[in-house]
Design a protein around this ligand. Sequence first.
Ligand code: UDX
Length: 454
Amino acid sequence: MEKTNNGLRVILFPLPIQGCINPMLQLAKILHSRGFSITVIHTSFNAPKASCHPLFTFLKIEDGLSEIETRTRDVTLRLTILNRRCESPFRDCLTKLLRSSDSKTGEEKQRICCLIDDSQWIFTQALAKSLNLPRLALIATSVSFFRGHFVLPQLRRQRCLPVQDSEQVKEFLPHRKKDIYRLLAEKTEILDDYLNRIYETAKASSGLIFGSSCEELDQDSLTQARQEFQVPIFAIGPSHTRFTGSSSSLLTPDETCIPWLDRQEDKSVIYASFGSLVTIRESELLEIAWGLINSDRPFLWVVRVGSVNGTKWIEEIPEEVMEMLTEKGKIVKWAPQLDVLKHRAIGGYLTHNGWNSTVESICEGVPMICLPFYWDQMLNARFVSEVWMVGLHLENRIERNEIENAVRRLLLETEGEAIRERMELLKEKVGGSIKPNGSAYRSLEHLVDHISSF
Ligand code: UDX
């Protein structure tokens, strides 16, 4: 429902990661359509493309990241550095905005009613409080992961996790011990303190918004989170389905994959993509290449520039392998993922299970082959393969035979048909959540009322 300007302005501050920018800008579109004016404060690193969103005001702050820091593969480290360096420029920018909004009169007058920033900004809660500005935190992961991941420091202290144990971890279901071991094997010294701060600031906030979750995906965790955090919680569902059009992609998608898909048969193509952050070794690139070739199915494979350690792109793939790859499939540097997943030719998605990608796949009814790498991806993959049962799990093995077998099982065997049927049901349920009176629809109405009440 399009509404005229309500005289209120919302300030948004996304984390500069593709998987966090997308839900923030989707929320911006939703709030704008409900009458709010939008200002997006953003870092210079991974700055969103302002020209794609002419209705919003964009303000850049200097984040002070050096060239080397922008390239670090240690995301937690980068985030903690960003939190330190952005505090002062963000404070200056926000204070200026509040002052100038107070000084405006007449038709120009607009009240800044709240700040909505990513839950992983840990300095914004105290700042907003000092400025008497309500702050809501947007969370880009599932509710289950957000709730559960605060238990990680405790699990690390217990130090009782054998590497290969596939037993479940009762404190963080449906994770298995080996998933947790991989999570904790990551850079960790700085993680515990960072998690504690995220927890405290979330508890002190004026509300938590889950941009891509809904009761249909995360009901139990939502109930538990409401008890635990004691702040209003909004699960507004798969926001990307509410507005099509302008993309918030940081990289330019290669649109030639759509006419290529047009030439393929229905549900015959495997889409392979591992999001915006995952990096792999050259040997793993080759295993994936052989797995796709040997599966003998057409494929569309996204290999980001710089995502293969030690090489620029795919130049290290031997010529004869490259020939087979181009005969059977198409490799691009970045895809228009939403259009790809929607395409009738896509039959399955070999994915890292980032939360956005997982929900996008569900919304298009595309069954998955799960190859999670880190962070929330391992939990998302367990939900896909063991709770909703809408995909196969590679158990983290990047090995050609495993990939070939999974592609064949999913696209050619009756097991794949059963998975597809379950996926259709899940797609209907999740899609229904944003329809009038669906759970996400109602949650969004509450969110709009909540923000308007400030
Ligand atoms: C990160 C973490 O990796 C993820 O685990 C967490 O849930 C969110 O933050 P990212 O790796 O970028 O996200 O994965 P994901 O959440 O799947 O987001 C990627 C986004 O980029 C998706 O919205 C997807 O549609 C888009 N994308 C990806 C493209 O538009 N084109 C591509 O070629 C690949």
